[in-house]
Design a protein around this ligand. Structure first.
Ligand SMILES: Cc1cc2nc3c(=O)[nH]c(=O)nc-3n(C[C@H](O)[C@H](O)[C@H](O)COP(=O)(O)OP(=O)(O)OC[C@H]3O[C@@H](n4cnc5c(N)ncnc54)[C@H](O)[C@@H]3O)c2cc1C
Ligand SMILES: NC(=O)c1ccc[n+]([C@@H]2O[C@H](COP(=O)([O-])OP(=O)(O)OC[C@H]3O[C@@H](n4cnc5c(N)ncnc54)[C@H](O)[C@@H]3O)[C@@H](O)[C@H]2O)c1
Length: 458
């Protein structure tokens, strides 16, 4: 039996945002890089194949459906559009990396043999790769909560299936009202599915201020989504063409039926199959690869970037993780996870909810003297943009430190919020005062103009 043996300067495991960003930069710097990706359907990782990109394209398609469109046909066409885009992105991701003279992409599952070596594949196809530096970027996978009957239900669907299957379910039950759950709920409801969200917590979006969470809930319910908070699901039973989901709320037992059942209760780091024990790499009790602020594991030559290191699960955080590791390998080695200030987030409902910094509740809990500016989008005179695109739902809210006039946080539930929030984040990071942000000149008509009116005056 012949085994192909490769050596590299850097071995990257996983073709996600973190891994590929590092591989590109290291390859461009002249280092010999081998990147191992276990699936030919995942070049580029979760985001462009089964995550951010397909879901945001589905948000776009679903909100363009007209009443006269046949729901099933329109949905199938939309899925076709998603497939076309994701396969183009996948091919582009592969070609741009594997096309470099310094980089080799291997398709197969990597397993550690020792702290510097992994094996890929079995038998005659077996390859070993040895490198002095290794970057783990193996991402995360959905958690299926231990609800009796859920894991074995034939109606169980994954987020991946919901971005790829061409049949629109008549009824969808989403278990969990977090980012993933609410995005799919909003997408599928717009396509014409009857959606129910069962959320275990007593209220939706518990991290947000109550007024914002309530405004978001109003919009989702206004679109027809049934939202049940404080729901304790006790079992799932398949019954012919549907699954019966049994849950308790306020001491009473209820039931809801669905043709499709999506668990959206979080994602866990993917380390299974990697044989981290053979590398001597430690994991946390939650199963993430343990790292320090430079993203080094307990084995100093092995780094972990992206979802697998247990940090916030966002593509742009995986990207920033890669910057930190690159700074160690090619730069001054100063950059750390502690450098991150005012990292924004967007929940892509329609309209989206984008947030950054402190909520009003958090600012008050810190004992700060604050000013709050808040308006319903429909009432913001300085933002005709909302009227020009016929999306006047939502609310904008700013929290400002009354002593320093610095912006502490914002919650923007409004058209374009995923863009506008980045300007607020930049202001927070660079100590632009609320007065400066309020009194700046913005294009017209735009959503940023709302700052002229909603940011509270000193
Ligand atoms: C439905 C959905 C929507 C999302 N929407 C957004 C969004 O709008 N914005 C946002 O910022 N984030 C979003 N996210 C989160 C985002 O996709 C992730 O945070 C991001 O992709 C993490 O990148 P990563 O590099 O850590 O891993 P990934 O992109 O998951 O890549 C890991 C890769 O490693 C491979 N792999 C695993 N084990 C092995 C092994 N042993 N050997 C070889 N290869 C292996 C996997 O096949 C995979 O391709 C979304 C996630 C989902 C699921
Ligand atoms: N737009 C984006 O940036 C985006 C979109 C999708 C996913 N993501 C990333 O993917 C991660 C995973 O998303 P997610 O929504 O699965 O996780 P999440 O942690 O954001 O939300 C999980 C939700 O499920 C609820 N829950 C947990 N167990 C439950 C149970 N048994 N019954 C009912 N409810 C239950 C929780 O209270 C919580 O509200 C997100 O945290 C985010 O980082 C990001």
């Amino acid at each position: 039996m012949e085994t192909t043996q490769l050596t590299a300067d850097v071995l990257v495991i996983g073709f996600g945002k973190g891994g590929k960003t590092a591989a590109h930069a290291l390859g461009d710097a002249g280092q010999r890089v081998v990147l191992v990706e276990r699936s030919e359907n995942m070049y580029g990782g979760t985001c462009p194949n089964v995550g951010c990109v397909p879901t945001k394209m589905l948000v776009h398609y679903s909100t363009g459906r007209r009443l006269e469109d046949d729901a099933q046909e329109f949905f199938a066409r939309s899925i076709e559009g998603v497939r076309t885009l994701t396969s183009a992105f996948r091919a582009g991701n592969f070609a741009s990396l594997d096309g470099k003279d310094t980089v080799t992409v291997i398709t197969g599952t990597a397993r550690f043999a020792d702290p510097h070596t992994v094996t890929v594949g079995e038998g005659d196809d077996r390859i070993t790769v040895t490198a002095p530096t290794i970057i783990l970027s193996t991402g995360s996978a959905p958690v299926v909560p231990p609800i009796p009957g859920l894991a074995t239900s034939k109606h169980l669907v994954s987020s991946t299936e919901l971005t790829q299957a061409a049949t629109l379910p008549e009824r969808l039950v989403v278990v969990g009202g977090g980012y993933l759950g609410l995005e799919f709920a909003s997408i599928y409801q717009h396509f014409g599915t009857h959606v129910t969200v069962l959320e275990g917590a007593q209220r939706l979006l518990p991290r947000e201020d109550e007024d914002i969470a309530e405004a978001a809930r109003e919009i989702l319910e206004g679109d027809g989504i049934r939202i049940i908070t404080g729901a304790k699901i006790t079992k799932v039973e398949d019954s012919g063409a549907v699954a019966k989901v049994v849950y308790e709320k306020d001491g009473e037992t209820h039931e809801v039926e669905a043709g499709a059942l999506l668990p959206a209760t979080g994602r866990r780091p993917v380390t299974d199959g990697l044989r981290l024990d053979a590398a001597g790499v430690r994991t946390t009790p939650a199963g993430a690869v343990e790292v320090d602020e430079h993203l080094r594991t307990n084995q100093p030559h092995i780094f972990a970037v992206g979802d697998v290191n247990g940090g916030p699960q966002f593509t742009y955080v995986a990207l920033d993780d890669a910057r930190i590791v690159l700074d160690q390998l090619l730069g001054e080695g100063k950059r750390t996870t502690a450098d991150r200030v005012a990292v924004p987030h967007t929940l892509f409902t329609t309209p989206p909810l984008a947030t950054v910094g402190l909520t009003e509740r958090e600012a008050r809990a810190q004992g700060r003297n604050i000013r709050v500016g808040k308006k319903r989008v429909a009432d913001i005179v300085a933002m005709p943009r909302a009227y020009t695109v016929e999306e006047t739902r939502g609310m904008m809210k700013f929290v400002v430190d009354a002593d320093t006039d610095l912006v502490l946080g914002a919650a923007l539930l409004s058209i374009d919020a995923q863009e506008v929030v980045n300007t607020v984040a930049l202001a927070i990071r660079h100590d632009v005062t609320a007065t400066e942000l309020r009194n700046a000149i913005y294009t017209h008509p735009s959503s940023t103009e709302a700052f002229n009116e909603v940011i509270p005056v000193r």
